[in-house]
Design a protein around this ligand. Structure first.
Ligand code: SF4
Length: 296
């Protein structure tokens, strides 16, 4: 059985950067303790567990951010903002409550946040193509003044109603399905031809999504490695499934099933931007064992 590994499998630049920042502060005695990450550094349970082993725990914001800061005052030394980013309020609150911030927001997300702010300052109506509950989307929306119209699916497009007298700017979640984003942009332009469309899908997403369709067509089995909480991993799986029904989504090597490969000669493996290299290596090693067993 021939095993092809995607060129882009595993941590993207933004996730790698965030992970390295956390590793660095974990061994830096000058960083105020205790250190907490605001949510999961990446949507991958294995990575979160590894970070916890470095003495850095995860903390979730429940309710209003200001109430959260009141609660953690004098209990938290440093907060880490994940690659997904946060709204602007956190920077002022951290200063006021004397909690140090380590900002691991991906530079590509920062770019979209800045665009949202600039458009909002110029009184544009902001349309955000993305999952409205997703942390990155919530943050971008807050940078845009918290009034964005969210487009998550075709139903949202149908019921979308914008004020035609105001200028419109369209941004998207960096990890959205590019096929859906292009479709949504065309639909928006049909209704509002003057809308300004800004391509905000990041390069890492674009490369992975562009690669997966040919891989799915040219291989008998597709394995997508990711965490169920990772939207970019789930999206890769959805795209693979469109071209190849023998596509499987797994979190770790132990979930591979021998029968998926029975009589198959080719398998391609890809992984979401939040999947660490060590899990990919374990999957490849297990596939090599399956290959050996099949040939025996
Ligand atoms: S997927 Fe793109 S935007 Fe998101 S963290 Fe990775 S590089 Fe940054």
């Amino acid at each position: 059985m021939k095993i092809t590994l995607s060129k882009y499998a595993g941590f993207c630049e933004g996730v790698q950067r965030a992970y390295e920042m956390v590793e660095k502060i974990a061994s830096d005695p000058t960083v105020k303790r205790p250190i907490f990450v605001l949510g999961s550094l990446v949507h991958n349970i294995e990575v979160v567990t590894k970070i916890e082993s470095l003495g850095i725990k995860k903390i979730e914001v429940e309710g209003e951010l200001v109430e959260f800061f009141k609660k953690i005052k004098n209990k938290v030394g440093t907060l880490v903002i994940t690659a997904h980013g946060m709204g602007p309020e956190i920077y002022t609150l951290a200063k006021n409550y004397e909690i140090a911030l380590v900002d691991a927001t991906c530079p590509r997300v920062i770019k979209v946040q800045r665009l949202a702010k600039n458009f909002s300052d110029k009184n544009f109506q902001l349309v955000l193509i993305g999952e409205k509950e997703h942390k990155e989307v919530v943050g971008i929306s807050q940078w845009g003044g918290g009034k964005a119209v969210f487009i998550e699916n075709k139903a949202d497009l149908k019921k979308m109603h914008l004020n035609p007298k105001l200028p419109i700017a369209v941004l998207s979640q960096t990890t959205q399905d590019q096929e859906f984003v292009q479709f949504a942009e065309q639909e928006i332009l049909k209704k509002y031809p003057e809308a300004q469309i800004l391509d905000s899908i990041c390069l890492a997403t674009h490369e992975r999504q562009s690669e997966i369709s040919p891989l799915a067509k040219n291989n008998e089995v597709i394995i997508v490695i990711g965490d169920p909480a990772s939207s970019n991993s789930k999206r890769l799986f959805e795209i693979a499934k469109r071209s190849n029904k023998n596509s499987y989504f797994i979190q770790k090597a132990q979930q591979l099933e021998q029968e998926w490969f029975s009589g198959k000669k080719t398998v391609a493996v890809t992984a979401g931007a939040s999947t660490p290299e060590w899990i990919i290596k374990e999957v490849i090693a297990k596939l090599n064992c399956i290959k050996t067993i099949s040939l025996a």
